[in-house]
Design a protein around this ligand. Structure first.
Ligand SMILES: [Zn+2]
Length: 481
């Protein structure tokens, strides 16, 4: 049960990973080693692997204070980056309000706040994924199923297992502390995902422990659930947050986040640098003509729900999926295809393409196309051919992106950008997402709307959007690509 790893609050998915019980033949003392802890795909980037090696060394040498500090630093980083995203979103909404009030257009491509938001999202996901990997690694150690323990004496192994368990407890305690800040800063992603986990965890909590170790795990689960239930995220007041103050602080405080600071200073770039690179933005559509797009899935519940809403309104959508998720949910992919929706690629695993080597980029573009086509063909959709690709984070514009544009062109695909961003990855409030969509629709008059089918937001917003006065009064037409 590998979930949408690397997408959104991966730390939360690591917690979710505790949810399903299974038997471990290799370690019979555990009645239940959660399957998804065993199967969790640890991030394979160099930094994460380095982090895990350092963690092993520190655990073996009993340098637990050092590990605790490291956990604290990661948690703080998640919080500062998520907060930065929230502040940027509020800033974005303000600029949008002004554009609508003055009857001006609003172009995402050249809006520097929007570009910073995109970049911030990537940074949030990166730190979450690393934290999740460390967290799952700790679980594997504590459960005695990590190869690092293989060559150790029994005593040494037990000690490392105990320390790993202590570190998990520390992570949970930190999460509890963190929740106070979540309340202040309104980290809505966190709240929503944590609630989902609480539900998932209940299965394990109800298990009857048959050993001391299982009782220990049970206590840990229960402690975590108490922490999660205590989190009450709220919308921050204007006085709580100040973007400039935040940036000033970032430069001063010890936990300064150089990557994030660099993002804040980055200027927008948007160039087509490869001749013949085909890109659709929707800006040349006829008036009031729109395309609905859904990224980052498929998701076993949300994708089906969205398709159901579209169907009941007689509409078709365009899905931009990660090939590694299509592989795990081929039947859903086939079902969506059969219903007449567009199936497109959004890379293998949501990597930031300009940062990869040329051959890696080719793999992400052509490779993901091949995988998705094969999955659909194998399910019987023999005439399916992929036509479109969308870069993760929209990252194929900076001058560095020539290789990305070239790979898309070489794969015979058209890049699909977007005109309206719902910001549903950051904002979980149905009404404010709806307001943001309508304002951008007013400012642009036509184009492509971006949702994500891995979150419940689209499913909540769409039924209201289709009935909105702006949409009905302007006889908005929903098209496909
Ligand atoms: Zn995406």
């Amino acid at each position: 049960m590998i979930k949408t790893i690397g997408i959104y609050l991966a730390i939360v998915m690591a917690f979710t990973a505790c949810s399903s019980g299974t038997k471990s033949a290799a370690y019979p003392e555990y009645e239940r080693v959660p399957a998804s802890i065993v199967e969790f795909e640890v991030a394979s980037d160099e930094q994460t692997l380095k982090d895990i090696r350092a963690l092993n060394t520190a655990l073996a040498a009993n340098r637990t204070t050092e590990i605790k500090k490291d956990i604290d630093r990661r948690m703080a980083q998640i919080l500062t980056r998520t907060s930065a995203g929230y502040i940027l979103m509020k800033d974005f909404d303000k600029q949008l309000d002004a554009a609508v009030a003055q009857n001006q257009g609003f172009d995402l491509h050249s809006n520097s706040t929007y570009l910073k938001l995109q970049k911030t999202r990537e940074l949030i996901e990166k730190v979450e994924m690393r934290m999740a990997s460390v967290y799952v690694h700790l679980w594997k150690l504590s459960l005695g199923i990590d190869p690092f323990l293989d060559k150790m004496s029994a005593t040494r192994k037990t000690n490392v297992q105990k320390r790993a368990l202590q570190m998990i407890s520390h992570a949970h305690a930190k999460l509890s502390e963190f929740s106070a800040d979540a309340r202040l800063l309104g980290v809505m992603n966190l709240k929503n995902h944590l609630e989902e986990i609480t539900d998932n965890l209940s299965t394990d909590i109800n298990m009857t422990p048959s050993s001391d170790r299982e009782r220990g795990n049970k206590e840990l689960y229960e402690g975590l659930v108490t922490t999660l239930r205590g989190i009450q995220a709220r919308e921050p007041e204007a006085a709580d947050l100040d973007y400039n103050e935040f940036i000033d602080q970032m430069a001063k405080v010890k936990t300064a986040d150089p990557e994030l600071k660099e993002t804040m200073e980055r200027e927008p770039q948007s160039n087509v640098v490869v001749e013949g690179f085909k890109n659709k933005t929707g800006s040349d559509f006829g008036k009031n003509k729109w395309v609905l797009t859904f990224d980052d899935g498929p998701h076993k519940e949300q994708t089906k729900k969205i398709a159901g809403i579209l169907e009941s309104n007689g509409l078709k959508g365009e899905f931009f999926w990660l090939s590694k998720l299509v592989k795990t949910l081929p039947s859903i992919a086939k079902d969506i295809y059969d219903k007449g929706h567009g199936i497109n690629s959004h890379s293998i695993d949501h990597s930031n393409l300009p940062k990869l080597s040329t051959s890696q980029v080719t793999n992400q573009v052509s490779g993901s196309r091949d995988v998705i086509e094969k999955q659909l063909h194998d399910k019987g959709a023999s005439s399916y051919t992929m036509k479109n690709f969308r870069c993760p984070y929209g990252a194929c514009w900076a001058p560095k992106s020539a290789k990305v544009q070239q790979a898309i062109k070489d794969a015979g695909l058209t890049h699909i950008y977007w005109t309206v961003d719902t910001l549903d990855w950051q904002d979980k409030n149905t009404q404010s997402v709806l307001n943001r969509i309508i304002k951008q629709m007013k400012a642009s008059g036509r184009g492509i709307i971006l949702f994500h089918d891995i979150h419940p937001v689209a499913g909540n917003v769409l039924p209201i959007l289709f009935k909105d006065k702006y949409v009905t009064d302007n006889s908005v037409q929903w098209l496909t690509l």
